[in-house]
Design a protein around this ligand. Structure first.
Ligand code: 2DT
Length: 212
């Protein structure tokens, strides 16, 4: 009898602006899949729990200064330190829901003066490539209704505009732009649908790599 290849998990990434609902939607998606008996796991970047993550956390909270190139590499290192576990899970059939990924890495650093997109992409080359990027968009007016910025570094309107502009330059065929200006449940239904389709369609495909 022919051996059937085991199905792999899907890599599903959430990106988008502040207050677009990324974290809420990741949580709802995890719960929906878990109730349906699917193997799923949540990842969030930056992962502030590791040693590198604590340095990033201090930087974002302005408790320390880190040179811009250096901190860019730390954000990337913070993904690489999770890469072996991510690959192991994907290969053993677990779908990963990821709250921010390399696209945030590039979009945020490239919003700083003197940083080219191409330079910013280099350290993340070779990380597993997402099967689906849910890019949640919200116009400035709708975003403002959801509250003001917190006190962390980067939470300023002018900077965020540059970030959103950079995201536009990173889009590829795996991106689905989703208007987040709707109820949490309506948005969830839309995303669940996309995620379910993606899981089924990539099950027999190899895991590809960024940004090749
Ligand atoms: P959260 O508010 O989602 O915790 O993000 N960032 C994130 C970067 O500058 N580079 C990266 O590689 C990543 C993943 C985005 C904290 C801030 O960190 C920024 C907002």
């Amino acid at each position: 009898a022919r051996l059937c290849a085991m199905k792999r998990g899907a890599l599903i990434v959430f990106e988008g602006g502040d207050h677009s609902g990324k974290t809420t939607q990741c949580t709802k998606l995890i719960h929906a899949f878990e109730s349906a008996g699917e193997k799923v796991k949540l990842f969030k970047f930056p992962d502030r729990t590791s040693t590198i993550g604590q340095m990033i956390n201090n930087y974002l909270g302005s408790k320390c200064e880190i040179e811009d190139h250096s901190v860019h590499l730390l954000f990337s290192a913070n993904r690489w330190e999770k890469q072996p576990r991510m690959m192991e899970l994907l290969e053993s059939g677990t779908t990963l829901i990821v709250d921010r990924y390399a696209f945030s890495g590039v979009a945020f650093t490239a919003a700083k003066p003197g940083f080219a997109i191409e330079w910013c992409k280099q350290p993340d080359i070779g990380l597993p490539r997402p099967d689906l990027v849910c890019f949640l968009t919200l116009d400035t007016e709708a975003a403002a209704k959801r509250g003001t910025f917190g006190g962390e570094r980067y939470e300023r309107t002018d900077f965020q505009k540059k970030v959103m502009n950079n995201f536009e330059k990173l889009k590829d065929s795996t991106w689905k732009e989703i208007d987040a200006d709707k109820s949490i449940d309506d948005l969830h239904k839309e995303i669940l649908d996309l995620a379910t389709t993606t899981m089924a369609s990539v099950a027999q495909n190899p895991i590809e790599k960024l940004w090749m």
